[in-house]
Design a protein around this ligand. Structure first.
Ligand code: NAD
Length: 253
C-alpha cells in the first residue's frame, strides 16, 4: 500500500529514543521529511545518524526542551523556515513520575499540566493555522493506555492523559472540515527506556506481563506501524479516535 507519505513534512516530538524515534524512523522509511527533537543534543545526533543509516532520507534534528514555551515556538519556526509547512505533527514527551496521590504536591501537578497537557495545546496552536490554510494535516498525540484505564501507581498519567483525549476529540470535530485529522494513540507496555525505568521501580515484571492478554511487552515498531498508518494519506477518514496498541491490556469494550 502506498501510504502517500513521500515528501510530507513530519515533526515528531521527543524523538531521540523510544516510541518517538520509532515513529520518526518509520516515517523516514516512507520518504517523509522528518524532524526529530529532544533536549539532549548528543543523543539526538545519534538518533539522526541512526535513522539516516537505515533509510535513504535525511533527517533534521533540532535540540529543544518541550517544557519551555519559547523553545517550542522556536522549534516550529525553524522547521517551517527550513522545510515549509508541517503536514504531520506527532506530540510526545517524556513520561511523568510514578506514584500515588500523596506523592504529588501542587508543584508536581503544575509541572505535569505544563508537560503533558499545555505543551500539546501550545504546539497544536502553532501548527494548525498553516495546516488549515493548506487544507491538509495529521495530528497524532502519543498518550497512554492510562487515559482509558488507570495504571496502578501512575496517578499523574491517569489524570492528565484523560484530559488530552477530551481535547483531541473536540479539536478533531473543529478541524475535520479542513482536511485535518486529529487522533490519539495509546501505547501499552512497550520495551523502551521508559518501561525499563518503570519496571525498576516495580516489584515484579512478570506481574505486569500477566495483565497483558498477549503475555508479552510490545515492541516500538509494533507501535510505530499503527502510528504511521494514522499519519498517512490512507487514514483520511479516521479522526477523533483513541487507538490502543497494547496487546489487549485495556479491559473495556
Ligand atoms: P523514552 O523515555 O524511551 O523516550 C522519551 C523521549 O522523550 C526521549 O527522546 C527524550 O529525550 C524525550 N524527552 C523527554 N522529555 C523531553 C523534553 N522536555 N523535551 C524534549 N524531549 C524530551 O519514553 P517512551 O517509552 O518512548 O515513552 C514516550 C511517551 O509514551 C511517554 O510520555 C510515556 O509515558 C508514554 N508511554 C510509554 C509507554 C511504554 O511502555 N513505553 C506506555 C505508555 C505510555
Amino acid at each position: 500500500m502506498d501510504l502517500g507519505l513521500k515528501n510530507k513534512v513530519a515533526l515528531v516530538l521527543a524523538s531521540s529514543k523510544g516510541l518517538g524515534k520509532s515513529v520518526a524512523l518509520d516515517l523516514a522509511k516512507e520518504g517523509a521529511k522528518v524532524v526529530i527533537c529532544s533536549r539532549n543534543t548528543t543523543e539526538l545526533e545519534q538518533a539522526k545518524q541512526d535513522i539516516e543509516r537505515q533509510t535513504s532520507s535525511s533527517v533534521l534534528a533540532i535540540t529543544c526542551d518541550l517544557l519551555d514555551t519559547n523553545q517550542r515556538a522556536d522549534l516550529v519556526k525553524q522547521v517551517e523556515e527550513q522545510l515549509g509547512t508541517i503536514d504531520l505533527l506527532v506530540t510526545n514527551i517524556g513520561g511523568p513520575k510514578a506514584g500515588g496521590f500523596e506523592s504529588h504536591d501542587a508543584e508536581d501537578w503544575k509541572h505535569l499540566f505544563n508537560a503533558i497537557f499545555l505543551s500539546v495545546v501550545d504546539i497544536i496552536t502553532l501548527v494548525i493555522p498553516k495546516m488549515k490554510a493548506q487544507g491538509f494535516g495529521r495530528i497524532l498525540t502519543i498518550t497512554s493506555i492510562s487515559s482509558k484505564q488507570p495504571v496502578d501507581n501512575l496517578i499523574s498519567s491517569n489524570a492528565m492523559r484523560a484530559a488530552l483525549l477530551g481535547l483531541v476529540k473536540s479539536i478533531s470535530n473543529e478541524y475535520a472540515p479542513f482536511g485535518i485529522t486529529v487522533n490519539n494513540i495509546l501505547p501499552g507496555f512497550t520495551t523502551t527506556e521508559r518501561l525499563k525505568d518503570l519496571m525498576e521501580q516495580s516489584p515484579n515484571q512478570k506481574q505486569a506481563i500477566d495483565t497483558i492478554p498477549m503475555k508479552r511487552f510490545g515492541r516500538p515498531e509494533e507501535f510505530s506501524a499503527v502510528a504511521t498508518f494514522l499519519l498517512s494519506e490512507r487514514a483520511s477518514y479516521v479522526t477523533g479516535v483513541s487507538i490502543p496498541v497494547d496487546g489487549g491490556w485495556i479491559k473495556g469494550i
